[in-house]
Design a protein around this ligand. Structure first.
Ligand SMILES: C[S@@+](CC[C@H](N)C(=O)[O-])C[C@H]1O[C@@H](n2cnc3c(N)ncnc32)[C@H](O)[C@@H]1O
Length: 315
């Protein structure tokens, strides 16, 4: 998450090592960010080729600079990660031996007031990863009807007071559009019961998470991207995914578990060879960062890591 301190880096390296130690191996870093993980993996594997994807043009430009010394084995693509099939096809179907997802927002995005991700600074309500798209957080807040806004806050923010917050936003925006993060944070704070304000950190956190997920269609994109990423991997290839909230972790878990399970219909006397699992899980449950890592990099605190290896080609 933090570009200077890539999250669970040693674990990511160890999990990908057996897959990437192969001549001609290609790694897709689907969220290349500021190349924190990518740089370490390129250093670990001198013949590795990297396809680095990011929806954010600033991230891609920064990666081009950071990875300049390895430019001959790096391909950077500005795209959403659900475009993996088209990207792999365009590049001539390389030997994909690894896929890495380090989901969510990067530290530079959080820290740049112009991007509007942070509720702790007063910023314009933007929150787009891809600034080429038109939907912004301001548009969600100022145009969604109350029911739809409450649904976003409830579903993506797991916000108990979604309906109260949505009503307060609708009231406030009738006077003047809500365009700044500080004003939205204040509306949220005022809308929730006083007792709830005293517990659980900044009350705006869940609302901001929900808006970010909605603006970037994060869950829809990840739901499409996970199967595509698994399909891109050859036998022996490995996937590692770092999620930062339970909604995205659930999508990762569901897909990895489904692909690692026997799909023989119940009731048959023996498992069907064609329905054997294509993957095996490399992690038991979600792995978490150590206390030591969290102390050094508080933004790692919510990370949940899952990984799997392809053991069988697609039928
Ligand atoms: C946590 S950061 C990755 C940090 C990176 N691993 C590093 O070590 O520098 C997540 C990155 O994913 C990108 N991102 C988020 N959603 C995306 C999507 N749907 N498609 C492509 N990139 C996305 C963000 O722009 C951000 O740069």
């Amino acid at each position: 998450m933090n570009s200077h301190l890539p999250v669970m880096l040693d674990r990511v390296r160890a999990l990908l090592r057996p897959a990437l130690d192969v001549e001609g191996a290609v790694l897709i870093d689907a969220t290349v960010g500021r190349a924190g993980h990518a740089r370490a993996l390129l250093a670990d594997h001198p013949s590795l080729a990297l396809i680095g994807i990011d929806a954010d043009e600033t991230a891609i430009a920064e990666c081009a600079r950071l990875l300049a010394a390895d430019a001959s084995r790096v391909t950077l693509v500005r795209a959403r990660y659900d475009q993996i099939p088209a990207i792999v096809a365009d590049l001539g179907c390389p030997l994909v031996r690894g896929v890495l997802f380090d989901l969510g927002v990067s530290s530079p995005q959080l820290d740049d007031p112009a991007r509007g991700f942070s509720y702790s600074q007063d910023t314009p309500l933007d929150m787009r990863m891809d600034r080429g798209q038109s939907l912004t957080a301001a548009e969600v807040v100022n145009t969604y009807p109350a029911g739809r806004l409450a649904g976003v806050l409830r579903e993506y923010g797991e916000e108990r007071f979604a309906a109260r917050i949505a009503s307060a936003v609708i009231r406030e925006r009738a006077n003047e559009p809500v365009t700044s993060s500080a004003r939205l944070a204040e509306i949220v704070r005022a809308a929730i019961p006083a007792a709830a304000r005293r517990s659980g950190g900044n009350p705006a956190k869940r609302t901001f998470q929900a808006l970010r997920i909605e603006v970037n269609d994060e869950l829809g994109t990840l739901t499409r991207a996970m199967p595509a990423a698994l399909d891109a991997l050859g036998v022996g290839g490995r996937i590692v995914a770092l999620a930062y909230h339970s909604l995205e972790d659930r999508i990762v878990k569901r897909e990895l578990t489904a692909r690692s399970s026997d799909r023989t219909p119940p009731g048959l006397p023996v498992p069907l060879a064609s329905h054997r699992p294509q993957f095996r899980l490399l992690t038991s449950g979600a792995e978490r960062p150590t206390e030591h890592e969290i102390a050094a990099n508080p933004r790692a605190a919510s990370a949940r890591l899952r990984a799997a290896e392809r053991v069988r080609a697609a039928a």
